[in-house]
Design a binder for this molecule. Structure first.
Ligand SMILES: [Zn+2]
Length: 338
């Protein structure tokens, strides 16, 4: 296996504080793990830029540069991921794997890199692990967990308005880190938006200074949604977002589909018009085709076939085709996790 060197550093360079993201790669020369000493030895693990175009985590960390590099309450392990793609404002480069799909082993140099991060981190007591992301569609701020355990839910409950539990994709960072520490993925809205950046700053400080998880009360009525399936659109499909009944392509989605994120859609909700129903597919966490359970074509309309709550619906056609249109979630009964 070809190796990819992980840089490990004890100090954040002063230049980090103000550098434009496009120049970060020149400063760090690749993926880098900073081990910043705090008042106690146990660590909060932070990671950002696993997706190079998701800038809010990096911008937030620049703004709390003084705080994290000046003896914070806990030590901080800060992983800066795909600097190569960040330089070009891309999720990942052509030919690179997605850096948030490399955490369960594999034969690529990037799998080796992930292995080096895990090996280093496991030497320390990790109080919490926080992987910071943005969405491409309009979503409220929310946290995700991969295990339905109380401390994990508590950690997620401190960020945003919703909690999502998912098990697929299984090779994400937070799922692997869940094996040895309370672990979350936080989704801070659209890249670069002030609300998300401020929420990240506040969240990181809160977690670093938390005495213990006993301090956290999960707010009454805070629901946990389980991500059950993804809606995939065929790469060859011709799509738009004009809600056009006379569209001669394959699917014309409603124009505000991403405003439906985290709103419950009743059965028979109109999602647009569709000519070729084979171009859209719903796949559950076991990889099974469950399209008919959730979607149907009636006349030329694309309708929901049962009640569900979507998340991450996006209007970026490139993302729709390479990843998915969005996720289908349902509420998890509290008895499952408390
Ligand atoms: Zn991401």
């Amino acid at each position: 296996m070809e190796n990819m060197k992980l840089n490990i550093k004890k100090l954040l360079p002063l230049e980090f504080k103000n550098i434009p993201l496009s120049q970060l790669h020149d400063l760090l020369e690749g993926p880098t793990l900073f081990h910043l000493q705090g008042q106690s030895e146990d660590c909060v693990f932070l990671s950002t830029l696993l997706h190079g175009n998701e800038t809010s985590g990096f911008l937030a960390i620049q703004e709390i540069f003084d705080y994290i590099s000046n003896n914070p309450k806990r030590s901080i392990l800060l992983f800066i991921g795909n600097t190569f793609a960040a330089q070009q404002g891309l999720r990942h480069l052509d030919g690179q794997p997605d850096y948030n799909r490399i955490w369960k082993g594999g034969a690529l140099p990037e799998h080796n890199l992930a292995g080096q991060v895990i090996e280093y981190v496991k030497q320390y007591e990790i109080f919490a692990s926080v992987d910071i992301h943005n969405n491409t569609g309009k979503n409220p701020l929310y946290g995700c967990v991969n295990l339905l355990q109380e401390t994990y839910i508590k950690l997620a409950s401190l960020f945003g308005s919703h909690i999502v539990y998912f098990t697929e994709p299984h090779n994400v960072l937070s799922n692997t880190f869940s094996q040895f520490a309370p672990s979350v993925t936080i989704e801070a809205g659209l890249p670069g938006k002030r609300e998300g950046i401020d929420a990240i700053k506040e969240y990181v400080k809160k977690v670093v200074e938390l005495k213990s998880f006993d301090e956290i009360q999960i707010p009454q009525g805070k629901e946990v949604y389980q991500s059950l399936a993804r809606i995939l659109v065929d790469e060859s499909a011709v799509i738009d977002y004009q809600d056009n009944q006379n569209f001669d392509g394959d699917i014309s989605f409603i124009s505000n589909i991403d405003e439906r994120n985290f709103h419950v859609l009743p059965r028979n909700t109109h999602l647009g018009y569709i000519n070729d129903f084979s171009k859209i597919k719903v796949v559950n966490s076991n990889g099974e085709d469950v399209t008919g359970e959730y979607l149907k074509k009636v006349g030329g309309e694309l309708l929901t076939n049962r009640m569900f709550m979507p998340s991450m619906f996006t209007k970026e056609i490139r993302v729709v085709k390479s990843d998915c249109l969005g996720y289908i979630n349902e509420s998890v009964e509290p008895r499952f996790f408390l």
